[in-house]
Design a protein around this ligand. Structure first.
Ligand code: FMN
Length: 391
C-alpha cells in the first residue's frame, strides 16, 4: 500500500499503522478508557441526514468562511496536536506547508516539536497557539508575551486537560516522552527500522515551546510529570479572565462542552469556543462534540464564535456541522495519520481529498456557498434533537 492508494481516512490510518512502531500508532489512534467517546464522535454524524436541493446552478462553489477575524479558503483547519516530529520527521513543517497551500489555519501545540517562532516567520497563514495553564503564573505571562512577539493571531487555551486522560493503550505499550517502553514496545520499534532510521538521522527531537522551562532531556521530566507537576488543576474562570485581558486579542477556549461554560466564556470576554472532548482522549463517556453543537449554538451562537472538532473524517461531516452553526471544523487524526504515513505529501493529499469532498457534496446539496447551507438541509433520526426544536 502506498500514498497514491489512499483515498480516505481509513486508508491513511492503515498506511500509518504499517509504517509506525505500534506504540506511536496507538498513541495517535488511542483514546481514554473504553474509547466510547472516541467512537461516538464519528458515529454521531450518522444520526443526522442531509436533505439536498437540486437544480441550483452550482457550477462554482465558494468554500470560504470567516472565523475569529480570519478568512479561510476552506471550512476546516488543523487542530493543535502534540509531538508531530515523532510521527514523521517533518512534523509541524509538513502540516504548515499543507495548511498554507489550502489557505486555512493551524494550531501549534504547547507540546509542539517545531517552535512557534519558526512557523510564524516561515508561513503567513493565521497561526493559533494552543496553551496549557501552568501553576507558575509568571511562566504563563511569559509564554503569552512570547506568542504575541512571534505574531500568533489566536490564543487557544485547552480547558479539558486539567488532568491526563486514562489512555490504556499507552499503559500497555509504555508510551511516554521520553520513551520508556515495555519489552513488547521495544520489539515493536525494532521491527520498524525505517521509522527508526528517519527519526535518528534527522534533527534531534525537541519540545521548543517548553524547553526553557521544563527539563526533559535525560528523562528528568516526562510529559505525564509535566501534566501532573506543572499544570494547574486549580485553574478557574478568574484565572482565565486575567489571561484573556492580558492577551487582548482573539482568545478561544478549546474543550467547552456545556451551555453554561459557553456562557461563562462570553462573560470573561472570549472570542470563541471549540466544542471538543480532545478526540475522546480525556473524559470517556463525554457526549460527542457534534451532539452538543446545536444546543450550544442555540444558546450563545449570536454572542460568541463556535467551532467544533472531534471525529471529523468526511466532507459530509463538515457539511452537517456548518448548518448547525459551527464557523469552521477542526481536523485532528484526519491529518495526523497522513502525516505519519507520508509527511507533507500525505497531509496535502488528505486536505485535498477533504476539500474535494466538500466541494462535490455542496454541489450535490445544491449550495453555492457555505452561507446557503441551512438547518432545513438536515434531519435528525434521534428524537432528542427534535424535542429541542431541531427540524
Ligand atoms: C495524537 C494527538 C495529540 C493531541 N495533542 C493535543 C495537544 O497537544 N493539545 C490540544 O489541545 N489537543 C490535542 N489533541 C486533540 C486535538 O486537538 C483534537 O481536539 C482532536 O484530535 C479531535 O479529534 P479527532 O482526532 O478524532 O479529529 C491531540 C489529539 C491527538 C490525536
Amino acid at each position: 500500500m502506498r500514498l497514491k492508494h489512499c483515498i480516505n481516512f481509513h486508508d491513511f490510518r492503515e498506511l500509518a499503522r504499517r509504517r509506525l512502531p505500534s506504540p506511536i500508532f496507538n498513541y495517535i489512534d488511542g483514546a481514554a478508557d473504553d474509547e466510547t467517546t472516541y467512537r461516538r464522535n464519528s458515529s454521531a454524524f450518522e444520526e443526522c441526514d442531509l436533505v439536498p436541493n437540486v437544480l441550483a446552478g452550482v457550477e462554482k462553489v465558494d468554500l470560504s468562511v470567516k472565523v475569529l477575524g480570519q478568512r479561510l479558503e476552506v471550512p476546516f483547519y488543523c487542530s493543535p496536536t502534540a509531538l508531530q516530529r515523532l510521527f514523521h520527521h517533518q512534523g509541524e513543517r509538513a502540516v504548515a506547508h499543507a495548511v498554507q497551500k489550502f489557505g486555512t489555519m493551524f494550531g501549534v501545540s504547547s507540546l509542539g516539536t517545531v517552535s512557534l517562532e519558526e512557523i510564524s516567520s516561515d508561513f503567513s497563514f493565521p497561526q493559533i497557539y494552543q496553551f496549557y495553564f501552568h501553576k507558575d503564573r509568571g511562566l504563563n505571562r511569559d509564554m503569552l508575551e512570547r506568542a504575541k512577539g512571534a505574531g500568533v493571531r489566536i490564543m487557544m487555551l485547552t480547558v479539558d486537560s486539567i488532568t491526563g486522560g486514562n489512555r490504556e493503550r499507552d499503559l500497555r505499550t509504555g508510551f511516554s516522552i521520553p520513551l520508556r517502553l515495555t519489552l513488547e514496545g521495544l520489539v515493536q520499534f525494532a521491527i520498524k527500522p525505517k521509522w527508526a532510521f528517519d527519526y535518528l538521522t534527522h534533527e534531534r527531537f525537541r519540545l521548543p515551546q517548553l524547553e526553557q522551562h521544563v527539563q526533559m532531556a535525560g528523562g528528568a521530566t516526562s510529559i505525564s510529570d509535566y501534566f501532573t507537576n506543572m499544570l494547574d488543576p486549580s485553574m478557574n474562570w478568574r484565572d482565565v479572565a486575567e489571561m484573556v485581558k492580558q492577551w487582548n486579542g482573539k482568545f478561544c477556549l478549546k474543550g467547552v462542552m456545556s451551555v453554561d461554560d459557553a456562557k461563562r466564556a462570553i462573560d470573561i470576554g472570549c472570542s470563541g469556543i471549540v466544542i471538543s472532548n480532545h478526540g475522546g482522549r480525556q473524559l470517556d463517556g463525554s457526549r460527542s462534540s457534534f451532539d452538543q453543537l446545536a444546543e450550544i449554538v442555540e444558546a450563545v451562537g449570536d454572542k460568541i464564535e463556535v467551532l467544533l472538532d472531534g471525529g471529523v473524517r468526511r466532507g459530509t461531516h463538515v457539511l452537517k456541522a456548518l448548518p448547525l452553526g459551527a464557523r469552521a471544523v477542526g481536523l485532528g487524526r484526519y491529518y495526523l495519520f497522513p502525516l505519519a504515513a507520508a509527511g507533507q505529501a500525505g497531509v496535502e493529499r488528505a486536505l485535498e481529498l477533504m476539500r474535494a469532498e466538500i466541494e462535490r457534496d455542496m454541489k450535490l446539496m445544491g449550495c453555492r456557498s457555505v452561507a446557503q447551507l441551512s438547518r432545513s438541509n438536515l434531519r435528525f433520526r434521534n428524537s432528542s434533537h427534535r424535542e429541542q426544536g431541531e427540524p
